[in-house]
Design a protein around this ligand. Structure first.
Ligand code: NAD
Length: 366
């Protein structure tokens, strides 16, 4: 029978089957031959407000992997906004292709597609997208955040994401060790891009022993030189002797292959969708006694920053203050997880869904 598709598996694999399983409202495919633009905008849930989430540019191997990424990332944005107390929904866009495609025309064409959604989706930076790119997109739509501070925007959200992730790591340390000091803790930061490099600075400042890895050798040695962190090989990350593993590259690094090798006490990092399979791998970490801080909760600083910009009159102090709530929320999630025996990711999702559900009723009143 293997290899033969049943009606049930075909339904699960179909686009609408996936939207139904993950609860999406709308997915838009955008195509423009002259500029080479191929984009997918996924709007997951708009009960709390218009969907807000960054645009990721990636050289996806297949269209299917781009769709899966857009669907998983936008769903995560819904939970991230909800658990952070923001009044926005979850959305995300992916641009398929190499960054060499990014011309002014390409970005502005994408901006026009964003504009066509009339504010149901508001964009920002994500992997391979910079503040300058947002400026081009903003030439065609007002539904864009992450603009430079000089233009009234909040600038690059990555430092705020890193700050929130750092606080998430500290609260996980409090749960694991009884106090939140990171002095002397062996911490591996995987991926020293926009977020990872700022996270390393916070950790070094606190006198943690920081080890870094990146597939981009030049970046790795540059960050090592700038911060004093020790570079290690990407291949040896999972069985490296460490107290804390901080994934800050791409998703799905917590999987059947990596989890059995991990000997750390804590996993807490900025990458989105760290668990390859939320249920299976969340449970595997519980069984190994590793404390996992939900990714969408502790990496919410960047969203909080662009949300402040979206509301108008961006105030950095306010965004940082709101980001600090990550510490207590994470501690609460980890305690609830311990009390209930549920994986922390599931506890955090339940908290987010509860807020969405109760707010949907509030909105029924005129
Ligand atoms: P980035 O592209 O600037 O950095 C990612 C880094 O990871 C790059 O240096 C890349 O070379 C490296 N990398 C990729 N695969 C790797 C691997 N297998 N091993 C080691 N290094 C690897 O992206 P970023 O903006 O720093 O975002 C990092 C992660 O955090 C992403 O998952 C992103 O979705 C998430 N995130 C970012 C923000 C933000 O504000 N930028 C907010 C929330 C979540």
């Amino acid at each position: 029978m293997s290899g033969i598709k049943t009606a049930e598996t075909e339904k699960e694999e179909s686009i609408f089957g996936q939207l139904s399983a993950m609860g999406h409202e709308q997915v838009v495919f955008c195509h423009d031959e002259p500029t080479g633009l191929k984009a997918i905008i996924a709007i997951h849930n708009t009960v709390l407000g218009p969907s807000l989430g960054g645009t990721r540019m990636w050289h996806y191997a297949t269209d299917e992997s781009a769709i899966t990424d857009a669907l998983r990332l936008s769903r995560g944005m819904t939970f991230k906004a909800a658990i952070s107390g923001l009044n926005i929904g979850g959305g995300k866009a992916v641009l398929i292709g190499d960054t060499s495609l990014k011309t002014e025309a390409y970005l502005r064409r994408f901006g026009r597609f964003v504009e066509s959604l009339n504010g149901r989706y508001v964009t920002a930076e994500d992997v391979n997208m910079k503040t300058r790119d947002m400026e081009y997109i903003a030439m065609e739509t007002s539904h864009v955040t992450g603009l430079p501070e000089i233009k009234g925007g909040g600038g690059d959200p990555s430092p705020v994401t890193a700050y929130g992730t750092y606080l998430g790591i500290k609260s996980a340390a409090k749960k694991a060790y009884g106090n939140d000091s990171l002095v002397g803790k062996r911490i591996v930061v995987q991926g020293v891009g926009q977020v990872g490099k700022y996270l390393v600075e916070h950790l070094i400042k606190e006198k943690a022993q920081v080890f870094i890895t990146d597939i981009f050798e030049e970046k790795l040695s540059e960050v090592a030189k700038l911060t004093g962190a020790q570079a290690i090989s990407s291949a040896s990350v999972y069985d490296f002797p460490m107290d804390i593993y901080a994934p800050c590259a791409l998703g799905a690094t917590l999987n059947d292959f990596s989890i059995p090798s991990l000997t750390c006490d804590i996993v807490a990092g900025a990458a989105n969708n760290q668990l390859a399979d939320e249920e299976t791998h969340g449970q595997m970490l519980v069984e190994k006694g590793i404390i996992y801080s939900p990714d969408f909760l502790i990496n919410a600083g960047g969203l909080i920053n662009v949300y402040s910009e979206y509301l108008g009159g961006y105030k950095k102090e306010l965004a940082l203050k709101q980001t600090e709530a990550i510490y207590d929320t994470n501690l609460r999630v980890l305690q609830l997880a311990e009390d209930s025996g549920m994986p922390p990711q599931q506890v955090a999702i339940d908290m987010a869904l509860k807020r969405i559900s109760s707010m949907s009723k509030v909105k029924l009143a005129y």
